[in-house]
Design a binder for this molecule. Structure first.
Ligand code: FES
Length: 166
């Protein structure tokens, strides 16, 4: 449920102000020209792990392109995130080998267990759940990556137990 009070507003203003200050220093590195759009988006994502709507507007103003241009870039490249990311990134491989060994059941179980749909972040910002396509560990399918760790030949219970420790 969405809650809102004066403290939330104040914190949000401070947070937006901090992002604005930080993004200024990122933008200073690039001339205000359209060809720097992607580099700026990459740098801002590297800084915040996602690109907020406010920052998309700042970047577009800086390089002189319409916001629709930035959206087309952001939606074309899957590597860009337009939502805040959780503290831990849980990636279920849904490539062919993993799919055949039950990856879909693991992904569905995680959606239920974490109360979040894939490609989204839990309300408490603890986990982001994503699906990926073959990180190259097919020999130990099905594979789930949690941050930089690989859980190979895994199943729903193993993944839940692993996440419990985080
Ligand atoms: S298909 Fe999952 S690791 Fe290759």
């Amino acid at each position: 449920m969405f809650r809102h009070n004066a403290t939330d507003s104040k914190e949000r203003i401070l947070y937006v102000k901090k992002q604005t200050t930080d993004i200024d220093s990122i933008m200073e590195k690039y001339p205000g020209e359209p060809q720097y759009l992607i580099s700026l988006l990459q740098d801002v994502q590297a800084q915040y792990s996602y690109i907020s709507e406010e920052n998309i507007r700042f970047i577009c103003d800086h390089v002189g392109v319409p916001v629709t241009k930035a959206w087309s870039v952001l939606t074309f490249y899957r590597s860009f995130n337009i939502e805040p990311r959780g503290e831990h990134l849980v990636r279920v491989c849904c490539g062919t080998a993993c799919h055949l060994k039950g990856a879909e059941r693991i992904a569905e179980d995680l959606e239920r267990h974490l109360c979040v749909q894939r490609e989204h972040t839990t309300e408490d910002m603890h986990f982001t759940l994503e699906t990926i396509n073959c990180p190259g560990a097919c020999a130990v399918a099905p594979v789930v990556m949690v941050d930089d760790d690989y859980l190979g030949a895994t199943n729903q219970a193993d993944v839940r137990n692993y996440l419990k420790k985080l």
